[in-house]
Design a protein around this ligand. Structure first.
Ligand code: DQA
Length: 146
């Protein structure tokens, strides 16, 4: 069993980027939390980040046949990218949409998500702790029905 954790634009700046909104945990620290969770669950994990929409599309395509599901924090592309929505629909991999912040408590333009339309579920507002939650939720889903 394998999961791809994919982070989009500006998430490479985690830790220093608007810490009042996104906290002071760096992306490297978030990724270490993800690795710990995967190890505990006994699953494989790949971690990728890109600031480029097309590169994110490519990561989603390449996940097909390699990973059982995707945890995706698409950053601002969440609110704009039909291409990312179509990529997820195309590969038909269960995808958990993730946000550090509670996007629904923020500006109205963050209330719209193209990713939600094709996601298995959404986790937002729990900061870095959302990543282990998303990995666990996906891992349970990949186990199949009880
Ligand atoms: C984000 C929320 C988005 O609205 C924003 O553009 C981001 C980060 C989050 O993790 O809270 O870049 O996806």
């Amino acid at each position: 069993k394998s999961i791809l954790v994919l982070n989009g634009p500006n998430l490479n700046l985690l830790g220093t980027r608007q810490p009042e909104v996104y906290g002071s945990t760096t992306l490297a620290e978030v990724e270490a939390m993800c690795r710990d969770t995967a190890e505990t669950l006994g699953i494989s994990l790949a971690l990728e980040q890109s600031n480029h929409e097309g590169a994110l599309v490519d990561f989603i395509h390449d996940a097909k046949g390699v990973h059982g599901g995707i945890v995706l924090n698409a950053g601002a592309y969440t609110h704009t990218s039909i291409a990312l929505m179509d990529a997820i629909a195309s590969v038909e991999l269960p995808t958990v949409e993730l946000h550090l912040s509670n996007v629904h408590a923020r500006e109205p333009f963050r209330h719209v998500s193209y990713i939600s339309k094709v996601a298995l579920g959404v986790i937002c507002g729990f900061g870095p702790a959302g990543y282990p939650m998303a990995i666990r939720a996906l891992a349970e889903r990949l186990e199949g029905p009880a």
